[in-house]
Design a protein. Structure first.
Length: 476
């Protein structure tokens, strides 16, 4: 691995090469994921935090480039079996140690020319809307309950964006785009493994169903919508397709295990889209292979349906399925409430600290700081909690992100587009934009890397939605 003179404080060439070869290899994120599954299964969150903090300190101190640091925020949360340990003084000391190493990183590797990036202003505007939410409404007494959400969705994501925008500087001969997609694919397999462990634990204790310790299964279903296109990427570009294909099936199985009907519906509905785009983007070898696999899978599916039809009434099964997907799972009252609150407080909304106990099951609300009321839709959550200010700022945010994605027609931008868009479709029935860990962490890194890729010279044109040379009359 080639190095440059200012990329590390380590001057010993042999040691630097050894560390570089490990931290930039594909084995490193795999090892992090395997240890994370072990920590989650063994229910040792403190040991997990020690493991992650030590790796973070090494990455921050030894390298200017944050590629070695990247897998850590992506996979951190999935290693925790619960979050109560964060109140432990020892854990706070560990977090403080990581903060010290981050400050040391700024000192050891000073920024020569600060880059704000294309999302700096939109994220700042969103942060203003988050903190201004609820002003002049009668719900300001609960303002503190929404601070955790405001801080993580706004300033924390802004910090992540600026940090990686200025310190993501991989070696020249390193395929950073494929490496990042590999990290996301591995994160998807980590989530899938956690879901299998969770399913096993639920068989002994039904009370923990849907609660994984670090979040509920719906969040993991949404996160898997981001990771699925990453697995498709490797199926479409690599000659050795078996392992990525198994990982892809593993991801779909995990979506099913989340019991998130919306995530499963989006994942299933997008299979033809992903397959079609993958076929278009693939080379001749992959196209022939896809046709063979497609015929085999269709044959297996028909055979499977024939076998199932002998034991299950398919007509009744289809009716039960349609009945299930046609229900709103209690969302309609939330949407009506959101519209009502928006009509009453249209400018700043009611704030992220709003809580309605009649629509949420909870115990004593005294001394609760991070309690979050969800309207189960990104759109309705924005209009209710932040009003017109939220609508304007998030519209700017969405436009800015899609402008970054649509600038080039390369397979990385297409993968980013699919990951982001699949999540946003699901976001119509869930508050995906308000889950910082891990969803916004995934997305923000996607945009940082896409921005860097867009600034490189290449022959890729813009994606069709922004192409000016297309005459749509020819398509009719």
């Amino acid at each position: 691995m080639e190095k440059t003179h200012d990329k590390s404080i380590i001057k010993n060439g042999a040691l630097l090469n050894a560390l570089t070869n490990f931290f930039y290899s594909k084995y490193y994120p795999v090892y992090v994921a395997l240890f994370s599954v072990l920590f989650y299964t063994a229910k040792t969150p403190v040991i997990s935090l020690v493991f992650y903090i030590l790796l973070a300190c090494l990455a921050l101190l030894f390298f200017r480039d944050l590629t070695p640091f990247m897998p850590l925020p992506v996979m951190l949360m999935m290693s925790f079996s619960d979050l109560s340990f964060f109140g432990n003084p020892f854990c706070l000391c560990l977090i403080g140690l990581c903060a010290i190493c981050l400050i040391a990183h700024f000192i050891l590797y000073p920024i020569k020319k600060f880059k704000f990036g294309k999302l700096f202003l939109p994220i700042c505007l969103v942060s203003v809307a988050l903190f201004a939410g609820g002003l002049f409404s009668p719900y300001l007494s609960g303002y503190a309950r929404g601070l955790a959400s405001s801080l993580t969705v706004g300033p924390m994501i802004l910090l992540e964006y600026l940090l990686f925008t200025n310190y993501f500087c991989p070696p020249d001969n390193f395929d950073y785009k494929e490496h990042f997609i590999f990290i996301i694919a591995v994160a998807g397999c980590l989530i899938s493994a956690d879901m299998l462990v969770h399913e096993y634990l639920v068989s002994f204790n039904k009370k923990i169903m849907y609660q994984m310790g670090f979040g509920n299964t719906n969040i993991m279903g949404a996160a898997l919508l981001v990771t699925i296109p990453a697995c498709w990427y490797f199926v479409c570009v690599k000659r050795k397709m078996l392992v990525p294909f198994i990982a892809l099936i593993f991801n779909y199985l995990a979506v099913y295990l989340t019991n998130s009907d919306g995530a499963l519906g989006v994942a299933g509905a997008c299979i033809p889209v992903l397959a079609t785009i993958g076929y278009i983007k693939a080379d001749e070898y992959h196209k022939k292979t896809f046709i063979k696999w497609g015929l085999i899978l269709c044959g297996v599916a028909v055979l499977g349906l024939l076998i199932i039809s002998f034991k299950v009434d398919l007509y009744e099964f289809v009716l039960a399925f349609l009945n299930k997907v046609s229900t709103d799972n209690g969302r309609t009252p939330l949407y009506i409430l959101a519209i009502e609150m928006f009509s009453k407080y249209p400018i700043f909304g009611i704030g992220l600290g709003y809580f309605d106990p009649s629509l949420n099951n909870t115990g004593n609300l005294n001394n609760v700081v991070a309690l979050i009321f969800s309207f189960h839709s990104t759109f309705f959550h924005i209009i209710a909690t932040m009003g017109i200010l939220g609508i304007i700022t998030y519209a700017i945010y969405y436009v800015a992100r899609y402008k970054i994605i649509l600038k080039k027609d390369g397979i990385f931008n297409v993968t980013t587009y699919l990951s982001f868009s699949m999540l946003q479709v699901y976001g119509m029935i869930d508050t995906c934009e308000f889950h910082a860990l891990p969803i916004l962490i995934f997305l923000t890194l996607f945009f940082v890397i896409t921005e860097r890729s867009n600034n490189e010279k290449g022959n890729d044109q813009a994606l069709p939605l922004t192409r000016k040379d297309i005459k749509f009359s020819k398509l009719i």
